[in-house]
Design a protein around this ligand. Structure first.
Ligand SMILES: Nc1nc2c(ncn2[C@@H]2O[C@H](COP(=O)(O)OP(=O)(O)OP(=O)(O)O)[C@@H](O)[C@H]2O)c(=O)[nH]1
Ligand SMILES: [Mg+2]
Length: 207
């Protein structure tokens, strides 16, 4: 019998280049495993396996290396997560062939505020990760990434003072433009990641 992604929960992790998606996964996945969950990770990259390799190294001894995969879309990553997620779905099926009891697959993909929205076939729950270093007006500018994701993650709070970003402004605007929740994180220290974990568990695993 062929397995499909519907046999496993999926979480999309989108956001602009460099906002901290891989860093968040590096913090999140060990916590999920501590909760007793078997977790797979897919990193979408246009041309390389950079993120997948970085995560495999980071997860050495924590996550089986064959549960971390890079999908090389060869095109703008949003093609592979929104228009035609078949490459990602095939990778999820490949995980399930070897790990039929897999609990959760996290799918990272870079993309701007318009592009990084996940096809509902691919992601049951979606995070959108922005960085305060991109400016404190990002939530105010709206866009589907910020507004429509299930959880907005505002990362790199430690950099706010260095770039003149006002966390209070970000918080106020995030509340204004979104109905859903948001969490502030510092993925260098892990601050806020437990809160992301709570949302993911409630949103996906115990929904
Ligand atoms: N100061 C600070 N740096 C961070 C934080 N989170 C991530 N970084 C750094 O930001 C850079 C980019 O982080 P990544 O996790 O690779 O970002 P990404 O969104 O996965 O990047 P792409 O996959 O290339 O789009 C790295 O140098 C991280 O160490 C944070 O909370 N604070
Ligand atoms: Mg990355």
């Amino acid at each position: 019998m062929s397995l499909t992604h519907r046999d496993v929960a999926t979480v999309g992790v989108g956001g602009p280049v460099g906002s901290g998606k891989t860093s968040l996964l590096a913090e999140l996945v060990p916590r999920l495993r501590d909760d007793g969950l078997e977790v797979g990770v897919i990193a979408n990259d246009i041309l390389t396996q950079e993120d997948a390799n970085a995560l495999r190294e980071r997860f050495d001894g924590v996550v089986p290396p064959d549960l971390v995969a890079g999908v090389e879309t060869g095109a703008c990553p949003h093609t592979g997560i929104r228009e035609d997620p078949s490459m990602n779905l095939a990778q999820i099926d490949a995980f399930l062939e070897d790990y039929p009891d897999l609990d959760l697959v996290l799918v990272e993909s870079g993309g701007d505020n318009l592009a990084a929205t996940f096809n509902p076939e691919l992601a049951d729950y979606s995070l959108y990760v922005i960085s305060v270093a991109e400016g404190d007006d990002i939530p105010r500018k709206r866009g589907p990434g910020v507004v429509d994701c299930d959880l907005l993650v505002v990362n790199k709070t430690d950099l706010a003072e260095h770039v003149g970003a006002d966390l209070g402004t970000i918080e106020r605007d995030a509340r204004t433009v979104r109905d859903g929740p948001f969490v502030m994180t510092n993925c260098k220290t892990g601050e806020g990641v437990d809160s992301v974990l709570d949302h993911v568990r409630k949103g996906v695993l115990f929904a």
